[in-house]
Each structure stands twice: as C-alpha cells, then as structure tokens.
Design a protein around this ligand. Structure first.
Ligand SMILES: Cc1cc2nc3c(=O)[nH]c(=O)nc-3n(C[C@H](O)[C@H](O)[C@H](O)COP(=O)(O)OP(=O)(O)OC[C@H]3O[C@@H](n4cnc5c(N)ncnc54)[C@H](O)[C@@H]3O)c2cc1C
Length: 418
C-alpha cells in the first residue's frame, strides 16, 4: 500500500556513519529529516569492522550514541530496506518516490536467536562479503538499528522455509508483506551513499578469487570480528595454519588502470589489522609491502607503534605477483627506488584495496555533478543535491563525521531559503 505524501526539510540517502550523523545534526538544529537506507540496518561499512581507529573501539561504540540520538529525536523518520526510485522538481519542492522492500517480520518482543538456529534454509551472507552463510531468518548484526529480525527475500518462496515458518513461536514472521511506495517532498537531498571495496578480481596476478588464502582488507575485518564467520579466529580459508601474513598496500590504488587516487586510509587500516594478527597470533611474522606509508595527522602514532614490533617488517616495494608455492604464497615485490626484486613466502595475503564511491558503480537519481571517479563534486554555493562523507572523497570516520556536520549546515541553508 502506498503512503500519503509527507513533507520533510531534508532527505538523506544512505544510513552509514555519514548519513546517520547528517540526519541527527540536521534534526537537532530543528529540521525534519527522512533517512533512506537500503540495507535492513543502519551503520554502513563501519558496522562490519572488528575495530576502528584511532581508538580501536568496536563499531558499536560510535554507532550506539548515534542510535540513541536517533531514538530520542522525533524529527527523523528512518526507512530501511528502502531506495530512491525517482526524483522530480527542484528545491523547495523536490518530489521523491521511495520504494520500501518487505522485511517479512513485524516487531514482537521475542528473541528468535535459538529458534532461528533450527531454520532449514540458509543463504550466502553479503554482510560477510560472501564468506560463510546465514540462516534465512536473521538478525542483521549485534547492534542492528532498527533492532529487528529479517527474512532473507531469497528464501521467501522456498517451500522448506515456508513450512518451517509456520511453526513461528511468536507470530512475528509475515510472509505476506509486500513492497510499498512512499512519496516525499523535501527541500534538499544529502547523498551519503558511501563507498564499496574496489573489485580485487580485476587485479592481475595478485591471486584474488583464484588463491583461497588471498583476501581483501574488508574480508579481513570480518574474519577478525567475533561476530564474523570464524568467530574472530584467524584461520586461512584453505585450512592452512597461519604463521606469516602479508599486507599488500595500494592494491589497485594510485594506479591509472584501476583507482588513480589514494584512498587515504588503507595504510592505517593495514597497520590496524596488523594489531589484530598480533592479538590472536603473538608469534606471527607480519610483512607490509608499501610504495610509501601514508598515516596523516595523529595516525603517525599508529605507524610508530607498529615499527617497534620486531616481528613486523615493512618492505618498500610494489607487489608484482602472488603465487601459490609448496609452503604457502610467494609475494614478489619490486623496490620502487632501487628496482630490486624481493620474494617473501607467507600463509595469508591481505590486499589493501581502496574505496570506490557507490556512484561510480551504480546510477543514482542525484541531480549533481560527479567527477571522473564517481565522487560528488561539491558546489561552493548551497545546492539542492550534495554529497556527504565518502560519497565526496575517501575519508576516515573522524573526517566523515566533520563532513556530515557541514552537510547539516547546507541542509539548514536550503531549508531557510524557502
Ligand atoms: C578495510 C577498511 C577499513 C577501514 N577502517 C577504518 C577505521 O578503522 N577507522 C576509520 O576512521 N576509517 C576506516 N575506514 C574508512 C571508513 O570505512 C569510512 O570512513 C566510512 O565507512 C565512511 O562512512 P560513509 O557513511 O561515508 O559510507 P558507508 O559506510 O559506505 O555508508 C554508506 C551507506 O549508504 C547506503 N547506500 C549506498 N547506496 C545507497 C542507495 N542508493 N540507497 C540507499 N542507501 C544506500 C549503504 O548501504 C551504506 O549503509 C576503513 C576503510 C576500509 C576500506
């Protein structure tokens, strides 16, 4: 069923840390806000980290405060499992159609945790980047917002699932739910659509997709997380014991054939991930291959701490290939200053792939200019459509939060103009 048209000062598209912060900051400054997120829960990529720098705290610590602010604020309406279908008109009467997909559950005061384990159907798990599977009735993640169970739409027509769902002990499952459309009128649109990891299978000779023990940095976050597919145990997908780990910097970044820019955070991310290895495997050797290590501002402390670790070796070198050899994976790099080649054999390789803006890989309904890499170009003048956070450029969380506060100011300007 379609809802009647509702008016808001601001529409935020994307419920990662940038979108949630923009929505709250704008609401606390007095605007009415609609926040549209296509996943079943807010949190974006940060929700999938084990820890995040600089403090190395779990994602829940930053997100919980934001969720509390959201809950306390009647000015924000959150739509999850939702996406913008069309946008017409200009400020102050931008007409937006939002499509909301069914969750196939209604809110009930019942924890399905134990019962969901008996579900006979499971599906590939995109939250874990395809590693492992999840039950068709699932809770998006420990700190999900809204805190609600979801039925995976791929299972809805599965007879085995439907039969099992008839035994629902709390009556929350509702397989008759249908997609609905919501019409909004807004004065401006903040595009907080974030980033996705660069597709590592496009990187020739680095082995991703061919060699099981070559992973990417986003997958490594999930492997390290206690709520991840291995319960936080650092095991190689092939089953091999892990004693040696290599981090390959600039995997596809600063490369005109892939991402010509620097994502800014990948060096700090690998240094952070080296600490995950050190926590779990105190004796492991860690090798980091870099062109130059970029740890701006206070992240320099991070580098210096890792440099004190006698079992971490920093190799200046662009990795040319990763090959399976008898005793592991041979990583060959060429020194960017001397041209000398060096090969180190390890058990696990983590490719530090960069951030690619969502707009580079999918068409958004935004009426805004994008640069050649798909990042939103910021106007000097207040505009009706503007990017926020990593939709504008690669950023860490702290910088994303600052950018979101700036976006809330833009929303205020647009709302006050009308
Ligand atoms: C491996 C890795 C580890 C990192 N670790 C750290 C760290 O430790 N510390 C740190 O400061 N930074 C870290 N970063 C950077 C951090 O991920 C970003 O700063 C942060 O994710 C930016 O948040 P965002 O909201 O801009 O984007 P995202 O987190 O990508 O959120 C975007 C949201 O928009 C939604 N969305 C996208 N398109 C649509 C659409 N069309 N309609 C509706 N919703 C949509 C998405 O589902 C998502 O929820 C790391 C980056 C990488 C690559």
């Amino acid at each position: 069923m379609d809802e009647q048209r509702a008016a808001y000062d601001l529409l935020v598209v994307g419920g990662g840390i940038a979108g949630v912060t923009t929505a709250i900051e704008a609401a606390e400054a007095g605007l009415t806000v609609a926040l549209v997120e296509r996943e079943p829960s807010l949190g974006g990529r940060v929700a999938r980290f084990h820890h995040y720098f600089p403090k190395l705290c779990p994602p829940s610590c930053g997100l919980e405060i934001n969720y509390r602010r959201l809950r306390e604020h009647a000015n924000v309406r959150v739509f999850t499992l939702a996406s913008v279908e069309s946008i017409e008109g200009d400020s102050p009467e931008i007409e937006v159609t939002v499509c909301v997909r069914p969750r196939y559950t209604n809110p009930v005061a019942f924890d399905y945790g134990e019962w969901a384990k008996t579900c006979p159907v499971d599906c590939e798990d995109p939250f874990n980047y395809g590693i492992g599977r999840r039950k068709a009735l699932y809770y998006p993640w420990d700190n999900a917002y809204p805190p609600r169970w979801v039925v995976d739409e791929r299972a809805v027509d599965d007879p085995a699932f439907r039969e099992w769902a008839q035994g629902d002990p709390a009556g929350g499952i509702d397989l008759d739910q249908r997609e609905r459309t919501v019409s909004l009128t807004v004065k401006s649109v903040a595009w907080a659509t974030g980033w996705r990891p660069y597709d590592a299978s496009k990187l020739d000779r680095l082995g991703f997709g061919e060699l099981p023990d070559v992973l990417t940095n986003v997958i490594f976050e999930r492997l390290s997380a206690p709520d991840g597919p291995t319960g936080g145990e650092l095991t190689a997908p092939s089953g091999r014991e892990v004693n040696r780990v290599a981090f390959v910097q600039c995997a596809g970044s600063r490369d005109k054939d892939h991402l010509p820019y620097c994502s800014g955070v990948c060096c700090a991310v690998s240094l952070k991930q080296a600490s995950y290895v050190r926590e779990r495997l105190p004796e492991a050797e860690i090798h980091m291959f870099y062109i130059d290590v970029r740890t701006p501002g206070r992240l320099e402390d991070f580098l210096q701490e890792r440099e004190q670790d006698p079992r971490i070796t920093l190799h200046r070198g662009k990795v040319a290939k990763v090959e399976q050899v008898e005793d592991g994976l041979a990583v060959t790099a060429e020194n960017t200053l001397t041209g000398d080649r060096e090969t180190v054999t390890v058990d696990l390789v983590v490719l530090a792939t960069g951030m690619q803006p969502t707009a580079a890989v999918e068409k958004l309904a935004a009426r805004a200019e994008l640069d050649e890499n798909g990042f939103f170009i910021q106007d000097d003048e207040p505009a009706a459509h503007y990017g926020v956070g990593t939709a504008v450029r690669p950023l860490g969380v702290a910088e994303t939060l600052q950018d979101a506060t700036g976006a809330a100011m833009k929303a205020l300007q647009m709302a006050r103009r009308s």
